[in-house]
Design a binder for this molecule. Structure first.
Ligand code: SF4
Length: 269
């Protein structure tokens, strides 16, 4: 056990080393999964988190970044964007799973169901991440991680989507507790957003964009912020994403996070 324990901690250290050394060379998408693989046996079977929950209830628990990372399954670092993000499996999208079967829908050629997203270890990590949404320390862990990254911009669901009303309420709480960070969340889950809006307003630092249903479809009318996918620049109704013209990078653009930009159009690829 002693040897195995030491080995496990060396692996966790390797995850940190990979993060520090390889971030600049755009290996960043893999980091959550590498860290997840390296640290899962350190916190296996959730036992330390059972202890942490009990300590938190008594106000005795001080979270470590490594613990928060382990609990939520890590953050992503989308290469074209400023800041960090968080993703779930696109296989678990409620509306997206239906739209995927409809030719011409924005989900029919979903990028998050190809390549690295369907590696077995990534799928396993996504399963653990989905389960972690139910943990009593999920909100605390996300707040801790977002604050620890010291970035002003955060993107929710670079893959996957909000699961239910409770999930959206938790995301709102994370946004409220990270007021200096601008949050952006694209979604196809109009019904969940409608339910939420009956209970209250979204926080000022969270822009939720309802994605259009079909490629070249009109911006969604129900919510003030939307996004569309188009095949011709002429179809952009408001702001055309400039990333393809600038090395597939956001550069100085922050339109997706801006509440004054009502619709963002992305070129289909
Ligand atoms: S619209 Fe701007 S912020 Fe949004 S993805 Fe494109 S470049 Fe990035």
């Amino acid at each position: 056990m002693g040897i195995l324990g030491g080995y496990t901690h060396k692996l966790t250290g390797l995850g940190t080393l990979v993060e520090k050394v390889l971030l600049p060379v755009d290996f960043s998408h893999y980091i959550p999964y590498i860290r997840d693989m390296c640290s899962c046996s350190t916190y296996k079977k959730g036992q330390p988190w059972a202890d942490a929950s009990a300590q938190a209830a008594k106000g005795e628990f001080r979270m470590k970044t490594s613990q928060a990372w382990s609990l939520v399954g890590g953050l992503s670092k989308p290469s074209k964007m400023p800041g960090f993000g968080y993703g779930l499996s696109a296989l678990d999208c409620k509306t997206g799973s239906k739209l995927r079967k409809i030719a011409g829908s924005i989900c029919s050629a979903c990028y998050a169901l190809k390549g690295r997203y369907v590696f077995p270890n990534v799928l396993a990590a996504h399963k653990r991440r989905l389960k972690s949404l139910q943990h009593t320390l999920w909100i605390d862990s996300m707040v801790h991680l977002i604050n620890s990254r010291k970035s002003k911009f955060f993107r929710w669901h670079d893959s996957g989507d909000v699961q239910d009303l409770e999930h959206l309420k938790k995301i709102v709480k994370v946004c409220e507790r990270t007021p200096s960070v601008s949050h952006w969340m694209p979604t196809r889950e109009v019904g969940i957003l409608k339910e939420y809006k009956k209970t209250g307003a979204l926080p000022a630092n969270l822009v939720v964009r309802v994605s259009a249903t079909m490629v070249n479809g009109m911006p969604h009318k129900f919510h003030e912020h939307s996004s569309t996918v188009i095949t011709s620049k002429d179809l952009a109704s408001c702001h055309l994403c400039p990333a393809p013209e600038q090395g597939n990078n956001c550069g100085d653009c922050r339109a997706c996070w801006s509440s004054s930009v009502l619709d963002v159009s992305y070129m289909a690829h």
